[in-house]
Every structure is written in C-alpha cells, then in structure tokens.
Design a binder for this molecule. Structure first.
Ligand SMILES: [Zn+2]
Ligand SMILES: [Zn+2]
Length: 178
C-alpha cells in the first residue's frame, strides 16, 4: 500500500472534537469548513482560516483604538479547561486566545486547523470589525517601543556614570598638577 495518508485524510470524514459525530463539509462566507450539526461548532483547515475572517475592520484612529482597549480581553484565567484532540491527527490541541485579545479561546492544531465552538466565529468577526487586529499591532509596537526606551535609559545611565567618573578624575588631575 502506498502512503497517501495525507491525501486521504484531507477528504476523509473527520470526527467532531466534541461529540465525535462526523463533521459535514459546508461553506461559511466562502471558506470551506466542517460543521458539527449537534455541537454547532466548526472545524476549519489551517489554509482556509484566513478566508473565514476576511472582514474589513472599521477605520479607527490610534486614539480610538487605545480607547477600545477595554473591550479587548487578554488571556485570563481559563474557565474550565477541556482539552480536545485534533480530528485529523488525534493529538491534543492547544488553546489560544484568538488574535491575542479577542477573549475567544479556540482549540488549535498547528498542522491541521482550528475548532470553533458555537458562536465563537461570530465573536471573532466582531473583534476584527472593531479593530482588534489593529489593536494587536499597536500594542506589539508599543511594547517594542517601551523595551527600546528602557534599553536606551540604561545606556544613558551607564554613560552618565562613566562621564561622571572621568570628570572627577580629570578634576583630581588638575588639582594635582596645578
Ligand atoms: Zn459535535
Ligand atoms: Zn492535527
């Protein structure tokens, strides 16, 4: 038997990570997804995930995005942790706060795709529409900037100390010579 398991897998029936019922292939906003009729969750392959959230965000200024900060939720304490297995490879999936601050925790297999519980796709679309991705970029930039700033401050302090001691040495030298 030749090894075409990857190919077979992509067409095979995948079981729902929640109830193990076979998932049904369907389209959601043009993205092929596999849905569970019982749990109402959907599975989306890694390559199709971008399409699922191709939404134009509203346009915000940087100040508006900063003000929106209170809407966004960092990954806090997780309610109850129920780890699920990837329907494709059966490995345990990891849990991720989608986009960093959406507050929607999705189950993800880096190789195969993500599982969204009922209503999570809609919540993420709302997050994207409300500038969540822009917010994420902004906070990463700000983090980077404050990191640079503190590095710079350290350098300046070190330089100050060096200049100070050089100056004192010079004064001492002058006192001794003249
Ligand atoms: Zn299910
Ligand atoms: Zn997998």
């Amino acid at each position: 038997m030749t090894d075409t398991s990857a190919e077979i897998q992509s067409n095979a029936m995948l079981p729902c990570p929640g109830c193990k019922q076979p998932l049904k292939l369907m389209l959601d906003e043009g993205a092929p997804v596999r849905a569970c009729e019982k749990c109402k969750g959907i599975w989306v392959d890694v390559i199709d995930e971008k399409v699922l959230f191709q939404i134009k965000p509203e346009v915000f200024t940087v100040d508006e995005i900063r003000r929106l900060r209170r809407l966004y939720k960092p990954m806090g304490k997780l309610e109850e942790v129920r780890l699920r297995v990837c329907p494709a490879c059966k490995e345990l999936m990891y849990r991720k706060n989608w986009g960093g601050h959406s507050g929607v925790v999705v189950d993800r297999c880096a190789q195969h795709g993500s599982w969204y519980d009922e209503g999570e796709v809609e919540k993420i679309r709302e997050y994207v529409r409300l500038g969540g991705i822009e917010f994420e970029k902004l906070s990463l930039t700000e983090q980077g900037l404050s990191g640079l700033q503190s590095k710079l401050n350290n350098e300046v302090t070190r330089l100050d100390i060096r200049i100070d001691s050089a100056y004192r040495r010079a004064r001492l030298w002058n006192l001794l010579v003249f």
